[in-house]
Design a protein around this ligand. Structure first.
Ligand code: GLA
Length: 388
């Protein structure tokens, strides 16, 4: 597995210096999503995978109720007590405190703990570093306190932790991908039943290239919650006529045209994107199973256009990066990935063309957007596990 030995050593040493004992180290990866964006909280399907960039937490139990945290990335400590779990203005501790709070709320008995968080998932890049911290924390606390929590319940608690402590009503995709990831496979997850299937991800001669806009997605949380509400509003208008429709998963274009379009054009556009994306994912997944990566790639461009023009969660930098590769024969597909308003595009690129593409597109991006681009070739890896 692609573990980052430098980070493991660093977080272990840091922990030893700070807390003077040997920790348990857990790795929990970031994720990519091939297709199926903003479908998870609409009870649709998603197609994510865990990657070779991860968060590492080093943890040990304490005898008292104190919680002592340190983030290597922010070079910052945070201290509180288990008896006083509430969100803080500081940001990063919330993902850890939110988990401790969930464990308490669900009746698990824990003591205080010391924890160092480190990692190489770029923060704010749409690779889901927050879910990775939550999953690493819940997995590690489950180990050291022998709580015997199933992976599915860990994912559900991590999702609730984010709702409550980060204030973003995220779906289940990121946590699920981080915990359940499997090397060289994507996860076809049904977000309604939570049943899933591992689909081999074979890209003969092609790789996943992530292009990070380095745009902070500051609008992301409030707009994310707004999109969720807009989808719920659309469903409500349909349910008034079709009781069986519980989410956009159950909705059809005819229903949208009949009950949503006349009421509100914007909500109609949002719902239309989701209903179309649901179908795109299902047929894109078949393309993948049949080895037709070209067809899958074309759908990724369509997803981008829907996210940009109808769901309106893109930004000029993401649109620029997708437009730059749209007619490049070495790029089979590209789109913005994750919540939106910044972060990365995901591209399926011919292996031998990657270096030149990175050079050209970085220069073009710098020239047109006056920003630096960061590029990563992502490998698909296993999900959360104990390292040492
Ligand atoms: C974020 C959320 C996910 C999902 C994506 C969009 O990553 O955390 O639950 O909704 O956005 O697909």
């Amino acid at each position: 597995m692609a573990i980052n030995a430098t980070i493991i050593r660093r977080s272990g040493e840091d922990f030893l210096n700070r807390f003077n004992k040997k920790p348990l180290v857990v790795r929990s990866p970031g994720r990519v999503n091939i297709i199926g964006e903003h479908t998870d909280y609409n009870n649709g399907f998603v197609l994510p995978a865990a990657i070779d960039k991860a968060i590492y937490v080093a943890v040990a139990a304490r005898e008292d109720d104190e919680v002592k945290l340190y983030s290597v990335a922010f070079n910052e400590s945070f201290e509180t007590s288990l008896l006083q779990m509430e969100p803080t203005k500081k940001g990063w501790p919330n993902y850890i405190l939110g988990i401790a709070d969930q464990l308490k709320m669900n009746g698990y008995l824990l003591k205080g703990f010391d924890l160092v968080v480190d990692g190489d998932v770029p923060v704010g890049s749409g690779l889901s570093s927050s879910a990775a911290i939550e999953c690493a924390t819940v997995f590690a606390l489950n180990e050291i306190f022998d709580l015997r929590i199933s992976k599915l319940n860990m994912a559900l608690m991590a999702q609730k932790a984010e709702h409550k402590f980060a204030g973003v009503r995220v779906g289940i995709m990121d946590m699920f991908a981080s915990l359940y990831g499997k090397k060289d496979h994507v996860i076809k997850l049904d977000c309604q039943s939570l049943e899933f299937e591992y689909v081999p991800f074979k890209l003969e001669g092609y790789k996943i290239l992530l292009l990070n806009t380095n745009v902070e997605h500051s609008l992301a949380s409030s707009e994310y919650n707004t999109r969720r509400k807009q989808c719920e509003q659309g469903v409500e208008w349909i349910t008034a006529h079709h009781k069986e429709v519980k989410s956009l998963r159950d909705a059809t274009m005819e229903m949208l045209n009949q009950f949503v379009k006349p009421k509100d054009e914007i909500i109609y556009k949002r719902c239309k994107y989701v209903v179309e994306e649901k179908e795109r994912l299902l047929s894109g997944c078949e393309n993948l199973k049949n080895g037709d990566i070209e067809a899958l790639g074309k759908k990724m461009f369509q997803t981008h256009d829907g996210l940009s023009k109808e769901y309106e969660v893109s930004c000029k930098e993401l649109d620029f990066l997708v437009d730059e590769v749209r007619n490049n024969p070495d790029v089979l597909g590209a789109r913005m990935m994750g919540g939106g308003f910044g972060g990365c595009t995901i591209n399926i690129v011919k292996e031998e063309a990657i270096d030149d593409l990175i050079k050209e597109i970085s220069a073009a991006y710098q020239k047109s957007m006056n920003k630096e681009l960061t590029a990563y070739v992502a490998e698909i890896e296993d999900g959360t596990c104990v390292i040492s």
